[in-house]
Design a protein around this ligand. Structure first.
Ligand SMILES: *Cc1c(COP(=O)(O)O)cnc(C)c1O
Length: 621
């Protein structure tokens, strides 16, 4: 920690609290402590560095609280090198901007200190740790517990593993509680035995078929079971039967399906000597955002069948009327993200057959794939329909596995052009592979196999039936509270409840909307999201509760009570206080504790997607 540097020593350890009296608009570029007898002993090279444009002739030597410092160190000068922050690098803390959480921009070091108020900084300075604290075996007695976690620059030195574990765990404690997150379809519960199996498989790279042939075999068993659930043809020889693969989620499965449809269309057009430069795909404007991505990434024109103020599913006739010679396929959704309704795949299929059109259907059964076969086995939506050529489903939604697994199944190899499939030769063994990325963990596939054989059809049916009953119960209760219900009941759609506030009665005023209600319910920890529906629905706002495996009846009652209490509270508040409360909650929950938005300015106001163009919310799912 201690290094000789000319005539002075400096310690790498540094306490940010000591820099409370930096001049405004300056930041520390290379903080450290110098032990010097007199400032003149500082080497001239260092002196040059610490000259500042605003203060060119002087060294910047902030004072330190000497009373906290051991008497023998009285001659210590505590130095920092301040440099001005360029105004361009100062980021506005914009609440209204969309926060891009995953594609994050690299932060300037100067942004770190921003969240601390001056009072907090002063207190920190007084309490800066003494060197006497340097040795301790307790996590919270260590100097790590007294310092901020490293945030921008990788730290120079190690920290003990117990400390790293505890500090990160504590940092994450401000995340929401997954069980109270009613926004997401993605599994938040698995049995311990499943978790154990999955943990044990962490070191296995799924792509190493040769090394882990059993994991590959387990995937094939899952493909077979799921394919049969969807009535996939199982030809005696390989050429006739269905084919499928595990994916990271439905998004990857949908990307692959779009690629397959596009290539098959292209091959056909080329064989006919026709142009292949303008492919298009037909889908509902309420599609999940991954369809927009797939179309954009693979350069396929998006043709939307718009929802209306009272129809949120695809209109089969309108969809088929949009077909032309460049149409690579139609997407039908088994369980839309917004209202959970099943689109009428059979009607689309029958129109195609009737008109003798060679256009395939892909069914996006991300959520419905593991619900409909158990709750309404008579609904004909899958490979029983001749025009359905491929289906995706999310293993991590109602497939009941933790995030990271999806499935794509094709009716037969005919619909998966050979040019897209690569043979991975790993240590001499060939395995056909159709995926977007190469390496991935084997755990999720193994978790899926566990659920399939542990629960069996009876187990899935029991769970999905309970969820359907809970959704019906919640739907009735919300209706009794005055809400308008937009989702189906009795298993005619996914087990979710989509609802909105009724229009205000004559002479009455309601000074809050769905978004404000959604924010206020967060006070109790529940995440019940509000959305703006797909375009052409007159900016219809709605809320949605996804009934997941761990949302049992008792917790449903708690939620209903909390919604009622929250509405009573909002009713008693005035418009202005509601607005302030919403902003505060938004800042805390959505913008990550009021920290500076990490969304890069370049990506802030995109205007290309349905969200950017029409204000439709890309729903969480
Ligand atoms: C969730 C969802 C997707 C995306 O699936 P992931 O598994 O999250 O990648 C696509 N379509 C629909 C209808 C969905 O509900």
């Amino acid at each position: 920690m201690k290094q000789a540097h000319g005539e002075c020593f400096f310690f790498k350890r540094f306490s940010p609290g000591w820099l409370s009296d930096l001049p405004p608009n300056h930041r520390v570029v290379s903080p450290c402590w110098f032990l010097v007898k007199r400032p003149a002993m500082i080497p001239s090279t260092v002196r040059r560095v610490i000259k500042t444009p605003s203060n060119p002739s002087k060294l910047f030597l902030p004072s330190y609280p000497s009373q906290l410092y051991p008497p023998s160190h009285r001659s210590v000068q505590h130095l920092a090198f301040p440099i001005p922050i360029h105004p361009r690098n100062r980021q506005p803390n914009s609440l209204s901007s969309v926060r891009m959480v995953h594609l994050s921009s690299i932060q300037d070091k100067s942004d770190v200190g921003d969240k601390r108020t001056q009072e907090v900084k002063d207190t920190h300075a007084k309490l800066a740790p003494d060197d006497a604290d340097a040795f301790t075996t307790s996590v919270y007695g260590s100097h790590f517990a007294a310092a901020d976690l490293p945030k921008q620059e990788m730290p120079e030195n190690e920290m003990p593993k117990e400390v790293a574990y505890r500090m990160i765990k504590d940092d994450l404690s401000l995340d929401g509680n997954p069980m109270l997150n009613l926004a997401s379809f993605v599994s938040t519960y698995m049995e311990e035995e499943a978790e154990k199996l999955m943990t044990e498989a962490f070191p296995k790279n799924f792509i190493d078929y040769e090394e882990y042939p059993q994991s590959a075999e387990i995937q094939n068993r899952c493909v077979s079971m799921i394919g049969r659930l969807f009535h996939a043809p199982s030809g005696a020889d390989h050429s006739a039967g269905a084919v499928g693969t595990s994916t990271v989620g439905s998004s990857e499965a949908i990307m692959l399906a779009v690629l397959a449809m596009k290539r098959r269309w292209k091959n056909k057009r080329q064989a006919e000597n026709k142009p292949t430069d303008r492919p298009n795909i037909i889908m509902n404007s309420a599609v999940q955002v991954c369809w927009e991505k797939a179309a954009r990434y693979f350069e396929v024109e998006e043709r939307y069948v718009n929802c209306t103020a009272d129809r949120y599913v695809i209109d089969p006739k309108e969809a088929v009327d949009l077909i032309d010679e460049n149409t690579i396929g139609i997407c039908a959704i088994l369980g839309t993200t917004y209202t959970g309704q099943y689109e009428d795949v059979k009607a689309v299929n029958d129109l195609l057959v009737e008109k003798n059109l060679d256009v395939p259907i892909h069914v996006d059964a991300a959520s419905g794939g593991f619900v409909a076969p158990f709750v309404c086995p008579d609904l004909v939506w899958d490979f029983r329909l001749e025009k359905v050529v491929s289906i995706n489903t999310s293993g991590h939604k109602y497939g009941l596995v933790y995030p990271g697994v999806g499935w794509a199944i094709w009716r037969s190899a005919e619909y998966l052009p050979q040019e897209l499939v690569f043979n991975i030769n790993y240590l001499g063994a060939d395995q056909a592979s159709f995926t977007l990325n190469f390496s991935k963990g084997a755990s999720q596939v193994i978790g899926q196999y566990y659920q399939l054989i542990r629960l069996g059809k009876h187990g899935y049916r029991a769970i999905m039936s309970n969820l359907t009953r809970t959704a019906d119960y919640l739907s009735d209760a919300l209706q009794a509270l005055g809400f308008i219900i937009m989702s189906e009941k009795s298993g005619k759609g996914l087990p979710l409840v989509a609802f909105r506030l009724p229009p205000a009665k004559d002479g009455e005023e309601r000074h809050y909307d769905e978004f404000e209600l959604a924010h206020a319910i967060r006070i109790r920890g529940w995440v019940v999201p509000a959305y703006t529906m797909a375009p052409n629905t007159q900016n219809l706002k709605m809320m949605r509760v996804v009934v997941r495996e761990d949302f049992s009846r008792n917790r449903c009652d708690d939620l209903i009570n909390d919604i009622k209490m929250t509405m009573d509270l909002l009713q008693k508040m005035d418009k202005d206080s509601i607005k302030k409360q919403t902003e505060m909650l938004h800042k805390h929950h959505v913008a990550g504790g009021g920290k500076v938005s990490k969304n890069h300015p370049k990506y802030k106001a995109e205007k290309h997607s349905l969200q950017g163009k029409h204000g439709k919310t890309h729903a969480v799912c």
